[in-house]
Every structure is written in structure tokens, then in C-alpha cells.
Design a protein around this ligand. Structure first.
Ligand SMILES: Nc1ncnc2c1ncn2[C@@H]1O[C@H](COP(=O)(O)OP(=O)(O)OP(=O)(O)O)[C@@H](O)[C@H]1O
Ligand SMILES: [Mg+2]
Length: 294
């Protein structure tokens, strides 16, 4: 376990999230079960885990969009749950999000200029234009793209527009939820570079959610592995990718595709060995079966 930075911009403490289930006397499902996580200013914390492990729910809880049952989320020293609606709105501008689907997250019939100037309330028209131009340039799109409609752009370009919109209010933290998963590989690489470049330039922190270990390794300073709504392990990107401690992380690593067939075969063998070990442990009654579901 790595120690948490005390100067964290975001502190999540013992977070629990449950969703109500329809039906008489049905117990709510507990999706997040006691997650604690810190993010320092300018840091990227990667959040990985299998589908359904609760990654998106954590991001939504930070954005105030998931039903927090207990625990706290503190942003810049203030408990988000204790804030007045007004304070909450003020801090909302400092926490932005970029989601997976660049097709549904932008209104296809709006011009880029309208999309990007929407968050800029109280800015006069001329200043607004200039700001839009500089936002577009900051994500490497031509400054004159503002007059075109969102639907005229490709997936990668739309994701750049979504990033530009997230940057409009100079946030301190961006929740990135699978922001490149819908893009082809070369586009993905360029958009990831853009995220890194923006962080270098602005010092923004990222909570970087993905199921792709190669992506998370490239992007993150630290990585948290989520398993059934709890953090299975957290450490530097290097620790997690080179010496994972939790069997689930080991399995996840073995499952990540690699280009080299020999390496792939070695990993397959290692995966089989881990699975055999699991069977043995379950037979001996010593293994926790839950721990191995991947
Ligand atoms: N609004 C909701 N109502 C009920 N259950 C929900 C709701 N949102 C999420 N869940 C449940 O919470 C669990 C975690 O979902 P979540 O979307 O956070 O997982 P995830 O790790 O992001 O998965 P993926 O990798 O597929 O995106 C799932 O079992 C999901 O069905
Ligand atoms: Mg998700």
C-alpha cells in the first residue's frame, strides 16, 4: 500500500454507494464498499477493474451524481457532501469530466463555438470567441473549427472537443471515464498524448478510469485496482504493473494482450498456473472463491 499524500486535492474516505432495487423489501445493492483514495494536485490516479467493479460509480460520486450512503469526498479541503448548493456549484467548475462516448456527449447539432462557450457565462462575445479559439488550439484543432457542427467531426476530433470543453473553466481535476476506449489505436495514442501534454502545461489532476492496463500504466502516477467495489490494491504504476500483490491484479495483468507471441504464451502459461492454484485452494477449502472471479 502506498501512503496517501497529505496535500491531496481530492480525498475519498470510506465511501459506500448503494443503489435501490425495485421490489418489495429488496435490499439495495452495495456497489461501492468502503473505498478510500487520494489524488494530489497534478497527479494521475488510474482506476482499473473488471466491468461492473464500480469504476464509473466512483467517478459519478465525485461529480455528485451517485447516491453516497456513507463516507466522505473532500475536494480542496471541503467535504462535498456538506456544501451548500452554492458552494457545490462553485467547486463544480473545478471538477470536470470527459466520458467514453464522443458521439453522445456532444450535441451534434450545435456549433463547436456554442458548445465551448456554454460554460463561459458572463464572458462577452469577443472575449468568448478568443477563448474558444485558444481552447481549440490547446487541443490541436484548427482555431476556425468553431463555426462547424459537432457532427462534422470524427470520433478522435470530438473527443478533443470534449476535452476542450472540460478545460474551459481551468479545472483542478478531470474525471476521465474510458475517454479513449471508443477510439481506434492510433487516435487513442494521440488523445492520450494530449491528456499528458495538458497535465504538464496546466497541472490538472486526473482520475483516469479504464479497463485497459496498458493505457493506465502509460497515463498514471499511481494505480488503484478495484475489485467488487473495494480497492484491492493501490501503488505506483510501476509496483502495480511489475509486482502486483493481489491475485486479481495478477490475473488482470496476465489477461492484457501483448504484441509478442512468445511473451503471450508465457503469460498464458502463468495464467493457467494461477487458475490451477485457485482450484487447489478451493479444493482445500482455503481459498476465497470470490477473490478469483475475473
Ligand atoms: N443507476 C444505477 N442503478 C442501479 N445499479 C447501478 C446503477 N449504476 C451502476 N449500477 C451497478 O453498479 C455496479 C457498478 O457499475 P459501474 O458502472 O460503476 O461499473 P464499471 O466498473 O464502471 O463497469 P464498466 O467497466 O462496465 O464500465 C454494476 O453492477 C451496475 O449494474
Ligand atoms: Mg464504467
Amino acid at each position: 500500500m502506498s501512503s496517501s499524500p497529505s496535500s491531496a486535492i481530492l480525498q475519498i474516505r470510506d465511501l459506500h454507494v448503494s443503489f435501490p432495487v425495485r421490489g418489495f423489501r429488496k435490499e439495495p445493492i452495495r456497489v461501492i464498499r468502503g473505498v478510500s483514495l487520494d489524488i494530489a494536485p497534478g497527479e494521475t490516479v488510474g482506476l482499473v477493474g473488471e466491468s461492473g467493479s464500480g469504476k464509473t460509480t466512483i467517478g459519478r460520486a465525485v461529480l455528485g451524481l451517485a447516491p453516497v450512503t456513507s463516507g466522505s469526498i473532500t475536494f480542496q479541503g471541503k467535504d462535498l457532501g456538506q456544501m451548500s448548493p452554492r458552494e457545490r456549484r462553485r467547486s463544480a467548475k473545478d471538477i470536470q469530466a470527459v466520458f467514453q462516448d464522443p458521439y453522445s456527449s456532444l450535441n451534434p447539432a450545435m456549433t463547436i463555438e456554442d458548445i465551448l462557450s456554454e460554460p463561459l457565462q458572463g464572458v462577452d462575445r469577443r472575449q468568448g470567441r478568443e477563448k474558444v479559439r485558444s481552447l481549440l488550439e490547446s487541443v490541436n484543432l484548427p482555431g476556425n473549427a468553431g463555426q462547424r457542427l459537432a457532427r462534422e467531426f470524427s470520433g478522435g476530433q470530438r473527443q478533443r472537443i470534449a476535452i476542450a470543453r472540460a478545460l474551459a473553466l481551468s479545472p483542478k481535476l478531470i474525471i476521465c471515464d474510458e475517454p479513449t476506449s471508443a477510439l481506434d489505436l492510433s487516435t487513442q495514442a494521440r488523445v492520450l498524448d494530449l491528456f499528458l501534454e495538458i497535465q504538464e502545461r496546466t497541472g490538472v489532476a486526473y482520475l483516469f478510469i479504464t479497463h485497459d492496463l496498458a493505457v493506465v500504466r502509460r497515463m498514471s502516477h499511481r494505480i488503484a485496482v478495484l475489485f467488487h467495489g473495494a480497492v484491492a490494491e493501490i501503488g505506483t504504476a510501476r509496483q502495480i504493473s511489475e509486482q502486483p500483490e493481489h491475485p486479481y491484479t495478477q490475473r488482470l495483468l496476465m489477461a492484457a494482450p501483448v504484441a509478442n507471441p512468445l511473451e503471450q504464451e508465457r503469460r498464458r502459461a502463468e495464467r493457467r498456473r494461477l487458475l490451477d492454484l485457485q482450484d487447489q485452494q478451493i479444493e482445500q477449502g482455503g481459498g476465497n472463491k470470490d477473490m478469483w472471479v475475473a
